[in-house]
Write a protein that binds this ligand. Structure first.
Ligand code: 6GU
Length: 241
């Protein structure tokens, strides 16, 4: 997979060279490039924005600059991702749908956003555009949201996570439940004991305990996820914890 990020603050994307994503890029599992949008400006002031048609506060990013950048960066069949608080919600399911793409281009807007014709033109040319929000709050630009989405997608690439079993039992995985609490050594710490069942070696009991704690936690923190569960996943006995 290839990932390109276009931003007026390319330094904001520096964390992409660290940790798992950075290693994936270094080892060739992932091709990664960050571009400065201003390199596609043609005026002396390197202008990327202008006042909104129709009036109102703030500035809008110009379609001509973005169009030139995307013409150079987007490959045939590439998917354009536009981070915006008015997008569809980015979820684990969306991450799974993106990891199979050949190229993702993240177009990081600032100010009041990017002229809507940029997305429209790409769609008209047969391209895929996904305007994505990472949650119900407002950030100053798409850079941090892009970091979030890129990490969520890159860790799903085969070979990026050392132990693929780590991907199986996690929160927001297949089961539709949050993950159970975890413990390690020492067995007793600060007057607190790790749950005895986890040290018992009784595998079936451990599986049952973890499932019960996952259900309990999800009921407490994310009742909306319980509502959304496939009815065959839980029975009444599971909810009577
Ligand atoms: Cl993707 N961008 C901005 N600017 N704010 C956000 C967001 C994205 N997702 C949530 N808030």
């Amino acid at each position: 997979m290839r990932i390109d990020v276009i931003s007026i603050f390319p330094d904001y994307l520096a964390p992409l060279s660290l940790s798992l994503v950075g290693k994936a890029a270094q080892s060739g599992l992932l091709e990664l490039a960050v571009h400065d949008l201003r390199s596609w400006t043609t005026d002396r002031h390197r202008t990327v924005d202008d006042t909104p048609f129709g009036g109102g506060a703030g500035m809008v990013m110009r379609p001509d600059v973005w169009g030139a950048a995307l013409d150079d960066v987007l490959q045939p069949g590439g998917t354009l991702i536009v981070p915006t608080p008015s997008g569809e919600t980015f979820t684990q399911r969306v991450a799974e749908s993106l990891v199979i793409e050949s190229q993702l281009v993240f177009a990081c807007g600032r100010y009041e956003g990017i002229d809507a014709r940029v997305a429209e033109r790409h769609r008209q040319g047969g391209g895929t555009v996904r305007e994505m929000s990472i949650g119900d709050y407002v950030l100053n630009g798409g850079e941090v949201a892009s970091l979030v989405m890129i990490e969520a997608v890159a860790r799903l690439l085969p070979g990026v996570i050392g132990n693929p079993a780590s991907l199986v039992e996690e929160s927001h995985g297949e089961a539709g439940l949050l993950e159970y609490p975890v413990y390690t050594k020492p067995p007793s710490w600060a007057g607190l004991d790790a749950p005895e069942v986890l040290l018992s070696g009784h595998h079936a009991k451990i599986v049952r305990w973890r499932r019960d704690r996952a259900i309990e936690r999800t009921l407490d923190r994310r009742p909306d996820m319980i509502e959304a569960l496939d009815p065959t996943t839980l029975d009444k006995a599971d909810l009577a914890l």
